[in-house]
Design a protein around this ligand. Structure first.
Ligand code: KG4
Ligand code: ZN
Length: 368
């Protein structure tokens, strides 16, 4: 895979990186219900990646059970790293640095990744760096062959976050708007649960919506009739509950359910598209990137493509498997930061640490 010259870091490498031509960074993602690992080379790009999803483990509970998630990360992480190295034909000594998700996320799950990363880094005598999960998502489109150029607006839509961010450079993030209640993915998941769909709700609801008529029921487009770039999705969920309670005994209940799913999905897509258009206008940027799990939603991709074509901005996404949680985005973001010497003292990583809450704007800039 080619690497965008724009993001290749040419600064003198510090400490153990000094005089190294190639660096291979191991990325570890354990913030929620996916164990993701990847190996990223500053010269050759992504060498390998592996993902283990805990979906089956949590399915019977209808949502992520944090304690089960942590225990499963403990079980899966080391075998996954071994499988990763095997698939790349490499051994542990090929690792020059380790990047792990330090937050935000589930505390126990984060501690598994950070503990493993710091211990392995100590054993291999290489630097380790805690990466902000949302920075990982935000930079994921840069892993693609035709990466977007800075500056851009990032729409981050995941299970825990809905944010619009003005990105002028790696590490320079200005929050333009965010959700005041449920995240977009959370709204998908909760609405799917209300409709009795299987876990995880987002993809299940999107699949059902395909056979539905989005115009049959009218859904609001929350907070679009007032200025600003914040979101609120909890009202859509309540709207669905009321609608479904009234309609669930209808003779065509299966079709009603599909039509509600389609109406809900379109309402989310329209709302996100309206706010994205506004953010593009406000910043004057020509490029929008979309990342996070809901970025895998096809209707959203179509809706934003259309909005971009109309208003004259480009829209880029990571490939669908890098929209949802993965190790590649963490390896990549970590590589950019590690190469500028951001580890150990001055970047809080002299101890095992996890930050379940961590504002994106607190990240230090990257001087490339
Ligand atoms: O980024 P992600 O994998 O994990 C978090 O950091 O939260 O996002 C997961 C979220 C879940 O809420 C999931 O239901 C949603 O993304 N999601 C989708 C789709 N695929 C994943 N929502 C709607 N349509 C999809 N196709
Ligand atoms: Zn995520």
């Amino acid at each position: 895979m080619s690497v965008d010259p724009h993001i290749q870091v040419n600064f003198p490498l510090l400490s153990t990186f000094r005089n190294r031509q190639h660096v291979n960074i191991l990325g570890i993602e354990t913030s929620c219900d996916e164990t993701g690992v990847a190996l990223y080379s500053d010269v050759d790009g992504l060498l390998a990646d592996r993902l283990y999803s805990q979906i089956e483990l949590h399915a019977e509970f209808g949502g992520v059970v944090p304690e089960l998630a942590s225990r499963d990360h403990v079980r899966k992480l080391l075998p996954l790293i071994r499988a990763l190295l095997d698939s790349a034909g490499l051994t542990l000594d090929a690792i020059d640095g380790i990047a792990y998700t330090q937050g935000p996320g589930l505390i126990g799950a984060l501690l598994v990744g950070s503990g493993m990363a710091e211990a392995l880094a100590w054993a291999l005598d290489v630097p380790a760096l805690g990466v902000h999960h949302m920075e990982g998502h935000l930079l994921a489109p840069l892993l693609e062959d035709e990466p977007p150029e800075f500056p851009f607006v990032a729409l981050l839509v995941s299970g825990g976050h809905t944010m619009l961010v003005d990105v002028t450079e790696v590490g320079q993030y200005r929050l333009l708007g965010e959700t005041l209640d449920d995240a977009a993915g959370e709204a998908f998941d909760k609405t799917a649960k209300l409709l009795g769909l299987s876990y995880p709700g987002g993809p299940a609801l999107a699949a059902l919506a395909q056979s539905g008529d989005p115009q049959r029921f009218r859904f609001p487009r929350p907070m679009t009739d007032r200025p600003g770039l914040d979101f609120s999705f909890s009202g859509l969920k309540t709207h669905t509950r009321t609608l479904w309670e009234k309609q669930s005994l209808a003779p065509d209940a299966d079709q009603v359910k599909a039509d509600i799913a389609a109406g809900f999905e379109l309402a989310v897509v329209d709302t996100l598209a309206i706010k994205c258009r506004r953010a593009m206008q406000q910043t004057g940027h020509q490029q929008l990137i979309v990342a996070g799990g809901v970025g895998a939603n096809r209707a959203l991709r179509r809706g934003l493509q259309q909005a971009g074509a109309k208003a004259g901005f480009q829209v880029s996404y990571p490939r669908p498997e890098f929209c949802t949680d993965n190790g590649a985005m963490i390896a990549f973001a970590g590589c950019l930061r590690l190469q500028t010497g951001q580890y150990g003292k001055g970047y809080q990583h002299t101890r095992i640490d996890a930050r379940p809450r961590w504002p994106l704007e607190e990240l230090p800039a990257v001087n490339r």
